[in-house]
Design a protein around this ligand. Sequence first.
Ligand code: NAD
Ligand code: UD1
Length: 324
Amino acid sequence: MEIILITGGAGYIGSHIALELLKSKFNVFVIDNLSNSSTNSLNAVEKLTGKKISFEEGDIRNQDFLDQFFKIHSIDCVIHCAGLKAVAESIQKPYEYYENNIIGSLNLIKAMKNYSVKKLIFSSSATVYDENEKMPLFETSAIGQGQNPYARTKIMIDKILQDEVMSSSNWSIIVLRYFNPVGNDPSCLLGEDPKGIPNNLMPLINQAAFNTRKLTVFGADYDTPDGSAIRDYFHVSDLAIGHVNSVQKILQDKNDLKIFNLGLGQGISVLQLINIYQDINDIKFDYSIGDRRLGDLPICYAENKLAKQELGWQPIFTHHDMCK
Ligand code: NAD
Ligand code: UD1
């Protein structure tokens, strides 16, 4: 069976992808520098599947490491998740974001070219779309200037990949634009476990529920039914299955770049998500209403028809499942 390399595979999304790939009988190799994760997630995946993950600790900023890796290992397809992802931190530390995300990706592309591995799936984000675009967002919606350094790295990598494919060098590339992945594998043996203070809503809701941090709702004065902002939350296991479908497609595709939105295709508000979480888990916790967060959109959700048609992807998990 084919060997799939996941960069950043010990992280939240990468470990869920590893799990679903192993379940679908692919072999999985992970490289990760463990800057925002640990090997606990990979141990959990091995325990759940009874299968082995090959792991090498290493940094994609290190070209020699990547060249050595591809020299030794025969890889059929790369899923590129490694990178930094915290918007606020990217404003504080732009260099680190450009270095990790852009130089890291360029190094990976170079090593893949050197060793003729030309199948790549890239973790992109809804953040690349222009903030003035109408909802829902289509893959053809306009790309923005990027609201922050993190967003700009995703936009730049998108363009680099498009230019590589245009250079007719036999690439097959799938760019997956994630909306708001949340939740964890139903086994609860792996999940979102970031180092430091989380940025995203769901891990902050978890911490509020366990009383380890206070939750603030960023704005309740938006033009939405309850005043809080609306997002397209979808289950990380659905996201992971979207990658399995992408691998299956890319192993057959030639010389192409395809872009797919991955999201539920509908939005719910911050307050709705908090209420669902409290109901389904039969738990109550306090939260306060604060100011809007700079750069936040009132409403953001996907049109996901293309992924359904071309990847045969059908998200199955509900908002209740995401919160349970
Ligand atoms: P994560 O931080 O849990 O996983 C990223 C992994 O990459 C971590 O294990 C980290 O240790 C590793 N890493 C970082 N820099 C590295 C480097 N230089 N070399 C090797 N490994 C490195 O984040 P995640 O939520 O799993 O996100 C995965 C990808 O998906 C990221 O590219 C992120 O931008 C993208 N994405 C995430 C979301 C989201 O909501 N989580 C949304 C859109 C896009
Ligand atoms: C954010 C990033 C986006 C990135 C994505 C995944 C911004 C502006 N966007 O998307 O670039 O791709 O994460 O990493 O940061 N919220 C609260 N209180 C909190 C935290 C969040 O009310 O403590 C609200 C936010 O205002 C937002 C919603 O919850 O309305 C979701 O926030 P978040 O999980 O950070 O995702 P996005 O902002 O959609």
